[in-house]
Design a protein around this ligand. Structure first.
Ligand SMILES: [Zn+2]
Length: 152
């Protein structure tokens, strides 16, 4: 007893920022309580979806598509030097309108300088802004809820 455990050594941030580091930074800034929750092992309330629905999709969907994008979607499009609207057009062969929620916008603003390019792209007037009514700026739950609520 009495021997204190050494804390984890933090890797120096000398090397270039990898996507993993960006993701971690995002998690720390936007959801600082997440680690505590995982330690407590609370019972998770995850709705089960039938595996029969794997790869099934809504056949009633048709162009023009409205594509809900999150923070990382914009970041990876920048990393891969893709124009969001043009790449969607190439991918889906139809007119697409990227949709950005208030909370994704707030996330980008909160993340600061590293994400200023993403923020500028998100403010493009061709993109549709979707207003949010929930509290906070955590976008993941908001996006999941939005796609879950879609009825045909
Ligand atoms: Zn939202």
């Amino acid at each position: 007893m009495g021997r204190a455990k050494k804390g984890p050594k933090f890797a120096k941030m000398k090397k270039m920022i990898t996507s993993r580091a960006i993701k971690q930074h995002k998690e720390e800034v936007l959801n600082p309580k997440k680690k505590d929750l995982s330690l407590e092992k609370l019972p998770r309330n995850v709705p089960q979806v039938s595996s029969a629905l794997f790869f099934s999709y809504n056949t009633a969907l048709g162009p023009p598509y409205r594509v809900l994008v999150d923070t990382n979607f914009i970041n990876f499009s920048i990393q891969n030097k893709l124009d969001l609207e043009k790449a969607m057009l190439d991918c889906l062969y139809a007119k697409c309108t990227p949709c950005i929620t208030d909370c994704v916008m707030a996330e980008l603003e909160k993340l600061g300088q590293k994400y200023r390019v993403a923020l500028r792209i998100a403010k493009d007037p061709r993109f549709e802004r979707l207003p949010c009514i929930h509290k906070g700026t955590y976008a993941d739950d908001c996006i999941v809820e939005r796609v879950t609520n879609v009825q045909i």
